[in-house]
Design a protein around this ligand. Structure first.
Ligand SMILES: *[C@@H]1O[C@H](CO)[C@@H](O)[C@H](O)[C@H]1NC(C)=O
Ligand SMILES: *[C@@H]1O[C@H](CO)[C@@H](O)[C@H](O)[C@H]1NC(C)=O
Length: 243
């Protein structure tokens, strides 16, 4: 699909460069944090019928019909961490090995449309035989609607507990748009992801006392404690101002 589009495009240009180098991955809508995300282990498109469409590398969404269910396996090492669900949606020219078809808001254009994400109950999820009429039970959180969805952006749809080592499952659907894509981490990443919200490790910048007179070094520990305490208070005040 991709190569056909690019070959067609290259027919009208005189610059002959390898196709893969055309993708600009320097400005991805989102970069998956190394070692801190999950790829879906099962992707099951469904439509409103009793037909099981099975496991797929492609997600399929169409207005009020096709919904794709994604299962993510959360390892025990992530028990009760914070997880977020992202939908990342680069432009065609930002994709190296994947591509998509998007018709936003019941048009034949790639303009903005909406997507819905529904949460399925933890440790249920889809199987290869799931159909539109045998979806898993819904999870406790309400569906999330992403509005103004268009290529070139990434969306954080949900943040919550990663649970206790099991299957986290989400359904991607739409009331007004259609989407088919090949789920791919290759930059730029396209698709649905669970990202582990690792607590920021960065401490407030600590002043070095390596250059200061010996008299000050003796007070270093106390001074440092006061400094970081004040920095923490500043941060708390800043967060309060943001809320
Ligand atoms: C569901 O998909 C199957 C297989 O492609 C197709 O035969 C059927 O017509 C589809 N049903 C609906 C309601 O889209
Ligand atoms: C979607 O299309 C409808 C009907 O044409 C229009 O009223 C609405 O503003 C559009 N929504 C967006 C987000 O473009």
């Amino acid at each position: 699909m991709k190569s056909i589009i690019l070959l067609a495009a290259s027919a009208v240009t005189t610059i002959a460069i390898p196709l893969q180098l055309r993708a600009d991955t320097s400005q991805c809508p989102f970069y998956l944090p190394d070692g801190n995300y999950e790829f879906p282990h099962l992707i099951v498109p469904t439509n409103k019928s009793d037909i099981a469409l099975g496991n797929s590398y492609f997600a399929d969404v169409s207005p009020n019909n096709c919904e794709t269910i994604f299962n993510f396996d959360i390892p025990s090492s992530r028990t009760n961490q914070q997880c977020s669900v992202y939908f990342t949606f680069p432009r065609h020219d930002q994709l190296v090995t994947s591509d998509f078809k998007w018709n936003g808001n019941n048009t034949n254009t790639e303009g903005p449309g909406s997507l819905q994400l529904v949460q399925y109950a933890y440790n249920t999820g889809a199987t290869e035989t799931t159909t539109g009429n045998t979806k898993p039970p819904l999870g406790p959180d309400p569906p999330v609607t992403l509005n103004g969805v268009a290529p070139g952006s990434a969306y954080k749809a949900w943040t919550g507990s990663c649970g206790t080592s099991g299957v986290m499952s989400w359904g991607l659907s739409s009331t007004d748009s259609s989407l088919v894509y090949f789920q791919d981490w290759n930059p730029c990443a396209i698709g649905l992801w669970v990202v582990y919200e690792v607590q920021p490790q960065s401490q407030p910048q600590q002043p070095s006392c390596g250059q200061c007179p010996d008299s000050k070094k003796s007070n270093h520990a106390a001074w440092m404690q006061a400094y970081t305490g004040a920095a923490k208070m500043d941060m708390a005040a800043a967060m309060g101002a943001m809320a």
